[in-house]
Structure formats: C-alpha cells, structure tokens
Design a protein around this ligand. Sequence first.
Ligand code: DGJ
Length: 736
Amino acid sequence: MLMKILNKIITAVCLMAASVPVLSGKDYIVNAGSISLAVAAPEGGKLDFLYFGPSVDADGLIQLRQAGAVIGKEAYPEFGVNITSAIKALQVCHHDGNMTTDLTVDTVTESETDTYSLLRIRLKDKFYKFYVDVFYKGWKNSDVIETWTVLENREKKAVTVNRFDSGCIYLRSGDVWVSHFSGNWAAETSLTEEPLEPGILVVKNMEGARNAQHSHAEMMFSLDGKPEENHGRTIGAALCWSGNYELRVDTSGERDHVFMAGICPDASQYVIDPGKTFETPALAISYSGEGLGGVSRNFHRWARNGKIHNGWAVRDILLNSWEGVYFNVNEQGMEQMMSDIASMGGELFVMDDGWFGEKYPRNNDTSSLGDWKADPVKLPGGLKPLEDAARKYGIKFGIWVEPESTNSVSELFEEHPDWALQARNRDLVYGRGGTQLLLDLCNPEVQDYAFEVMDTLLTRYPGISYIKWDANASLLNYGSAWLPDDRQSHIYIDYHRGLEKLAKRIREAHPDVVMQACGGGGGRVNYGIMPEFDEFWVSDNTDALQRLFIQWGTSYFYPSNAMAQHVSADRNHQTGRVLPLKFRFDVAMTGRLGMEIQPMDMSDKDKQFAAKAIAQYKEIRPLVQTGNLYRLISPYDGKGVVSLSYVDDSKDNAILFAYKISHYVYQPIPRFRLAGLDPGKTYRFHELTLPDGTEPCSLEGKTVSGRILMDTGVEIPLETEYASRVFVLSEVKETL
Ligand code: DGJ
C-alpha cells in the first residue's frame, strides 16, 4: 500500500515535471538571441559546463541529459587538488605559498536588463579566502555570449596569479576543424584551416603593444568536418583584449576538446593585494548552424550593437595622404589633395604622418613622436588653414597621431626619459627608425599626457573630425620606471589597462570624432579596443590582390564598416603589382572605401572613373557597410575566382562582387552560387563600376529567382586577368 502511494506521488511529480519543466535548481541556462549555454552550479559542488549550442529551455536541457549530450566537466578548471594532465584556466599561488586551489560554488546570482541577462557564479576556495566570480552575459539582440572572471583576494597577504584565462568551453570531439589566423606586417590575417589532432594547439601572441599582426585572438570551430561557408554547426570565439593572449585547444582528452582563452600569462604573473580584485577580459562566443558565415554574421551584429563605436553608422569616403606623399606633407600639398578628393566625390581628407615637430621636424621615421605641434616650416599657419581648406572644399578633415610612442630624438624624450618603457640596467632597444620607444602607459601621468595631447588637438581644432591612431612599436623594453620592483611583471597587462582607460577617456570627451585603430597596418584588429574605435586599418598592404585574402580573413569576425580599404597606385608600393583601377576599386568597395594615392599622378580618365565608382559606391554603401555578409568563393580555394555578397534583412536587395585572380586558356571557372537570398523572390541584375565606353555584361537586366541563384548559380563573364564585376540585385516586385 505504502509503495502504491509512493509510486503515485512519484508519477504525479514526474507528470508535473513533464508538463512544466523546471531547472533542477542547480542548472542554469544563459540565452542570447537563438543560442544558449548551460552550466550546473550546485552549492558546495563544482561548477560544470553542460552545453553550448542552439537555444534550449529547461525541457531541452532535460532531453539533452537523456540523450547523454551534456558535457558535465569543470567550467573553469583550476590547478588544484587531483591534478590531471588536462590544461587549466587558473593557477594561483596563495599567500602562504600553496600553489593549489580548490573551488566550489558559493552563490549564484541571475540578473537582467533590457539588453542582456547576466549569470554570476561565485566560487570560493575550500580553505582560502580566495573567490572567483565566473560571469556569463547573454546578449538579447545578438547570438553572442560573453564570459569572464573576477578573481578576488580576501586572504591576509598578497596572492599571485600565474594563469588567468577568461573562459573555457568544451566541444564534442569528432571531425572538428579549427580556423585561425597568422601573418606578418603587410600580410596579416592569413587563414589556416586544420582538423583538431591529438595534442594541444596554441595560438599565442607576445607582441606586447599590438596583437593582430602575427596572429588573431579569434578562432572558429567547424563541428561537422571541413569548414563550409554556409552550412554546418560552427562555433566562434574572440578574446576581447588588446594585449598578449593565448588560445588553447586541448585534444588529449578521450571525448571532448577543451578550448580556453585568456591573457597570455608569460612574464605576466599578477599580484593581487588583499581586498583587491583582478578582472579578466571577456571571451565572446557564438554558435551558428549556418557555417562560418553564420558565425561571422553573428559577430558582425554583436559588434555593430556595441563592440565597435557607432556600429550601425555608414562611414565617410576618404583620401589618406600616406602613400601619396609619405612624410612630404605641406600646406599646399594637403590643400591640393583635399581639392582632388572633393572633386572625385570624397567626403574626408586625412593628413597622415609627417605634419609635426618643431625642434625635430618629422621628415622620416627617426624622430619627433611626442612633439605634437605642427611643423612650422611645412605648415606655417599650423592646422587652422587646413581646417579652413577642408571647409572650403566641403569635406571633413582628419589627422594622424601615435600617442603611445616617442623617439629618442624628440623634445618629449628629452624632458621625460623615464616615461619610456625601459628595462633596468639594460641599454634601450629601439624600434622603427632606430629611435622609436613605447611610452609607459602603466603610468597614470603618461596616460594623462597622452589624453592632453589628443584632447588639446581636438578641442583647439574642432574641424578635426577623424583621428588615425597609429601604433608602430612592439613592446621591446620590458621595464617600467613607474611600477614598483615587485610589480614589474604587471607591465604587459597594465599597459593595456592604461590604453583602454586612455581610449575610453578620449571617446567620452569626443564622442563624435571618428577614430581609426591602426597598428602599423592591421596590428590593432581586436575587440579589446574596438568598442572605442569606429574602424581599423586592415593592413599596410594596399595591393588589391593580396587584400582579397587579408580582407577575407578579417571578415570572419569584423564587420565591413569597420574595415578600412583603400585604392592605391597602379604600381602597388608593397608588391609592385599593376592592377586595373576597376579591380582596385571593386576590391576596396567591399568595406569602408577610401583612397590612398597621389591624385596628381592619376590621369583624367582615371579620375573620372574614380568619381563614377565613388558615386555608385555611395548608392550601395548602406547595404555594403551594414548588410549581411555572405562569402561565396574563397580566394584560399584556388578556383581562380573570388566572390562575396551583402544581402539586406528583407532579402530584397543584394550586392554581388566577383573577381578573377588567375587566368589561363580553358580555365574552368565555377558558377557563382549565391546565398542568403529569398528562394521565392526574383532578382534583377544591374552592373556597376563600368569604365566609360564599356558595355555591361550579358547579365544586365536579367531576372533570376533566388532559388536558381542559390541552387544552380549564375555564370559571370570574367574574360580577362584581374577582371571584376559588381552587381546590384534587386527584387522584381510584381506590379498590378
Ligand atoms: C603605419 C601605418 O599603418 C601607415 O598607414 C602610416 O600611417 C604609417 N604608419 C605612418 O608612419
């Protein structure tokens, strides 16, 4: 009898559970757009990672458990008791020298705003008063979850943290592939795709000041075999940090790959004083069932919603003076360039390096950084005449600065030699020009100085509406005159905290100024600083052919309106290659279009073409700069052609770009299969950027359904080497 009653109660409870599933009380789900992450956080127990993928609710999580499809491994593994060979996210040396940590769940807090939900799990060491808050933030309007930690020392004395990852996720092993990036100056963001093999894959960057020239703090994982653009379950991860990093994938376990990412701990042991905390940067993660492209679009949306400044704004078309005149800046020359870009329809002129230095004029890269006063010989009237000239030509005016650096040949260094980073008892090591040194941004006085420089420029010259913030130095001299002896190991981290503070301060004081992050080319492409910047310089390599590769990789995580892409001279200054002007424009037009050329050297015919291309770009700019990117044919696939497109949210309009990058007789060229269109809609082709006297190709005016364009594809005539075509596809609306 008792058994019968008990069975009834159990059945009733089960039925209730089945009709209104609730979480077990220790399981937590964080939602972001159409994705979810789940953890188990039983009080007094371990925090376990359960799931990351498409949205699940409580019932879904129960079903995942039934299916044996939850992970159930430590969500923030610490180096502690019961040490396994698996990699760890945290390693702490407690005040008494104990190198082990043993964390269990203390409290869990859930909170919510209009834009995100936040889960905070407070872990506490079983013995020491050492706490770790693990955060998961789910953005409601983007399919991205951010995770990071705050380490808190309530022990009697200082503790030292030797490893401090931002977060950790697990991937069910199988045929999982990883996509990541390597490179060098003028060859950034080169894509590598490889299957995850047993062992530990590490992507690590130790450049110190910039972090995207040799590798990127981002990775994608294709869970269903070789990466595909528009199919397959894919996870992307980006560490939001401007300094050194380490991304690790451990494939030595039996069933799951574990991925961890954080600030690189090398030479960076961080001391946390009693009562103080240490916050790690966010690791942003996303999932899509639509392949690499799906994850890219998720990151682009998230970026536009707040991780780049003014993320939904379309950017101006500019002329930058660098490749046109290099250091040979002068008032008359700048005015001539302004007049030329204005006549071609441009909207902004940026005076690059070479405009400053009184005692030491900046005629080359060996001097003057830090002496931010206009060169009285080159610019006798200072910056005011340039502001006036820009106004006269109806365009905006921007300027180049490098506020984090100095040269040993400069008034700044003469006055403040201790402001440069320098290792004790060692000779200074110089960077660019044999004299460049990095300022010590760990030092608040130096931060104040750099703020004053920028603030004064922008306040005194309200006509400056754009700043190109360059960074041409790596961190070569590891020593800070400001940090105490026992805190020298904080340099790599405190430099970037100083940089973040500085950028935030300038951004707050000048919210409308457009800021470009430049790191001697693409060295500053990271989500650590991008929230304060509108765009970044993709690479110092402006060769349109190589740019196709560099821009392809960069677009994995970064949206088009953040990618500065310039048309340059027809014998390219980096590669010596000669490419048609149309090809150069068509490549630059896929992002934030600009020019970096001496217009005086252009023929009238080329200027006319540029004016036409700029006018047509203005028409498609909102869609190119804020639309949904679909990469179609990769330059890495060796097909001889490259293609990408942008589609608007309504799927009524698309822009299609196609390029021929190799050329020979009887060359098999694939059909161009589109993506992201509405299969039920019909689209009309209209070709852009045609040089005068050239007829549009046979596709002009043709109407084709989205289904055929996506399933079968379209033949695009690309007859010559470096041929390129740009089409607008507009839905053909039925008229009654
Ligand atoms: C490096 C940048 O990437 C270039 O575009 C240019 O601004 C130079 N620095 C100027 O020194």
